[in-house]
Every structure is written in structure tokens, then in C-alpha cells.
Design a binder for this molecule. Structure first.
Ligand SMILES: NCc1ccc(-c2ccccc2)nc1
Length: 243
């Protein structure tokens, strides 16, 4: 997968070179380019913003630099497999399903907005030649899209083949099977008067799997009842509590 990120604060994206993502790049499954939007400005002040039409507070990011940046990173006629992802508070909610969708793309281009956002015509014009996804991480506002890109990149990169050491951990993690994951424990068996649940030390893997499933259901019902509401009936097996 090729990833290009455009920002007026490219240094914010430095963590993309570290750890998990660094391993993905070393494994050859990820190639990341970070670009300064101002490279596509041509005035002495390298201007990227201007006042909003219709009035209102703050500034809006000008379309011209973005248009030239996207033309450079996704040359017209070479859009195959490219998707533009724009973090914004007004976006579609990002979730694990979308992480899987994005992990299947061959070229992701992230546009990091600042100020009050990017002139909408940038997204409209890009949409005439590639899929465009405006994505939100949740109902809160940041100073810009850079931190959201780091979150999305971590969620997507760990799904790429060969990136996670133990592929099993993908199968059982939270949200992988529509439920929150069960609590986990390790040695020592007793710690500050708190014991590991006996079942986990029984060696009875059938009962252990049942216990974990029950814990996941209870935890999900208490913390994220909304997830149970959308859990497909076939995901609940006959031994689960009544749906
Ligand atoms: N929901 C996460 C998120 C994503 C992007 C932004 C944002 C804020 C200002 C300008 C441009 C993007 N804020 C929150």
C-alpha cells in the first residue's frame, strides 16, 4: 500500500516512521510519503488560507494548492486504486469495518485540514476522479486532521499482511467479532490480594472460550449496548444469553 499525507504541519506525521508503521514499511507492505501543502503554493508568503465566503469566524483552506497537490500525488489518468481520505468533524464515523475497507486500497491519500476546513470544491473535484471519504473519529473537534490521520493509519496498518506478529490477536480483539473483548490476565496468579479467575487456569479450553464469550457479552451490554443492537442474530450462538 502506498500512503501520501498532505499537511501544513508535516512534522506532526513523524510518528508514521516509528514502531508498528515502521515495521510495516520495513516489511515492504507500506510506503509512506508526507508532504507540505505549501510546496504547492507560489506566492512569497506561501498562502494556504483565505477568508470564508458568507462570512463567519476563522479561515478556509484555499482550493488551488490542494488541487495541485492532488494532481501531483494522483496524476490525472492514474487514479486506479486511489482513495482520498479527509478527516473532519463532519465526516462519516470511522470504525473497524472502515479500517478493513481502507486496508484493501492500494493508494490512500490523506488531506489534513486546518483552520475551519478545506474549500469543499477540492473534495468535489477530487470526487470526479477517485473515491473521497470524509471521516470523523468521533464527536469532538481537533485543531486539524493530522492526529486523526495517525489514528487511522495505525488502525489500517495493523491489518496489513505480515504487520502483526501473531495474526491470532486480530481474530479475538475488540470489535473483530462485533463485541468488546473479554478482560485479560497474566502471571502472577495472585497480585495484591486479587486472583486470576480460576476458570482461566483450569485448562478446560471449551469452558474458557465460553467464559470469555460471556464476559465479552456482559461488558458490551454494559459499556456499548449500541453494539449489541446491531449484532447480527447469527453472531449470537444458541448458548448466548437471550438476545
Ligand atoms: N473527529 C475527529 C476530527 C477530525 C478532524 C478535525 C479537524 C478540525 C479542524 C480542522 C480540520 C479538521 N477535527 C476532529
Amino acid at each position: 500500500m502506498r500512503v501520501d499525507v498532505v499537511s501544513i504541519f508535516p512534522e506532526y506525521l513523524a510518528p508514521l516512521g516509528l514502531s508498528l508503521i515502521g515495521r510495516a514499511r520495513a516489511a515492504g507492505v507500506l510506503d509512506v510519503g508526507v508532504h507540505d501543502l505549501r510546496a504547492w503554493t507560489h506566492d512569497v508568503h506561501r498562502t494556504v488560507d483565505d477568508t470564508p465566503y458568507g462570512g463567519g469566524p476563522g479561515m478556509v483552506m484555499r482550493p488551488e494548492p490542494w488541487g495541485e497537490a492532488l494532481d501531483s500525488l494522483v496524476p490525472p489518468g492514474e487514479e486506479s486504486g486511489a482513495r482520498l481520505v479527509v478527516p473532519t468533524p463532519a465526516g462519516v464515523r470511522f470504525d473497524q469495518a472502515m479500517a478493513h475497507e481502507l486496508a484493501a486500497e492500494s493508494h490512500l491519500v490523506f488531506a489534513c485540514g486546518r483552520y475551519e476546513g478545506i474549500d469543499q470544491r477540492v473534495l468535489e473535484h477530487a470526487g470526479t476522479r477517485m473515491p473521497v471519504t470524509e471521516v470523523s473519529l468521533g464527536d469532538y473537534v481537533l485543531f486539524g486532521g493530522e492526529v486523526a490521520v495517525l489514528v487511522i493509519m495505525e488502525a489500517v496498518t495493523r491489518l496489513l499482511p505480515g504487520v502483526l506478529g501473531n495474526a491470532d490477536s486480530l481474530a479475538e480483539e475488540s470489535h473483530a467479532h462485533g463485541l468488546l473483548e473479554a478482560p485479560v490476565y497474566t502471571k502472577p496468579p495472585s497480585w495484591r490480594g486479587l486472583d486470576v479467575p480460576e476458570i482461566l487456569r483450569s485448562g478446560d479450553h471449551g469452558r474458557i472460550a465460553r467464559w470469555r464469550r460471556d464476559q465479552a457479552l456482559v461488558r458490551t451490554a454494559r459499556r456499548r449496548p449500541d453494539m449489541l443492537a446491531v449484532l447480527p442474530a447469527e453472531r449470537l450462538d444458541k448458548r448466548d444469553v437471550a438476545a
